[in-house]
Ligand binder design. Structure first.
Ligand code: AMP
Length: 217
């Protein structure tokens, strides 16, 4: 299964990606996670990406595309992959199509997680992430047993710089202006599957798997 997940920030792409990647036994490739890991380690890539990320802007395509091109040469892709957060504009979608067509491994599907914008702000502003294991939590919808502490590994929960309210609105604008057009791009390619991303995490995963299986019967 070679799959792309698309949806506005806060649609739950990261959460669903973990479950879907495990269901299909494919690696979860999140460009946001790769940037954050580089940031944490202070690599030149992380330093270059930081300003863009903190402002809610896209990291330039030249940097992002090369990072993904490199990731797609790893030898763990035998069963496919799940891309989360890439592509984020039409130029990236074209580069991805070219990379995959060189390898004769086209995408099987693009799953769009659809969610109302009023709900997105609520989801993002309350979101917390574990500094150690990266697991998500939410101060209202998915409260940890102990405030500020990750349920899985007891690491510290923090608020991503770009989940602060002033950055959220910029990220939503960037999504509408730059990322939403890829939904049409993939619709025209015949790859798009859209599901509603409201309800419990387990319900959404089930909905996603059913929709993907229906499309590939
Ligand atoms: P995410 O974790 O997917 O919300 O990504 C966090 C931030 O990383 C984004 O707001 C961008 O600054 C950057 N980023 C992630 N993926 C991409 C991409 N495909 N193109 C450009 N910037 C990206």
């Amino acid at each position: 299964m070679r799959l792309v997940l698309v949806g506005p920030p806060g649609a739950g792409k990261g959460t669903q990606a973990q479950f879907l990647a495990s269901h299909y036994s494919i690696p979860h490739i999140s460009t946001g996670d790769i940037f954050r890991a580089n940031l944490k380690q202070g690599t030149p890539l992380g330093v270059e990406a930081k300003g863009f990320m903190d402002r809610g802007e896209l990291v330039p395509d030249s940097v992002t595309n090369e990072m993904v091109r490199d990731r797609l040469t790893h030898d763990d892709l035998g069963n496919g992959f799940l891309l989360d957060g890439f592509p984020r504009n039409v130029a990236q979608a074209q580069v991805l199509r070219a990379i995959l067509s060189e390898k004769n491994t086209p995408l099987d599907a693009v799953l769009e997680l659809a969610v109302e914008s009023a709900e997105i702000v609520l989801r993002l502003s309350g979101r917390r992430v574990c500094r150690d294991c990266g697991k998500g939590a939410h101060i209202e919808f998915e409260r940890p047993a102990k405030d500020g502490i990750c349920d899985s590994c007891q690491g510290e929960l923090y608020q991503r710089e770009d989940d602060k309210e002033e950055v959220i609105s910029r990220r939503l604008e960037v999504y509408q202006e730059q990322t939403a057009p890829i939904v049409d791009f993939y619709r025209i390619e015949g790859l798009l599957i859209t599901i509603s991303a409201t309800g419990s995490v387990a319900d959404i995963t089930e909905r996603a798997i059913k929709a993907l299986n229906r499309a590939h019967q």
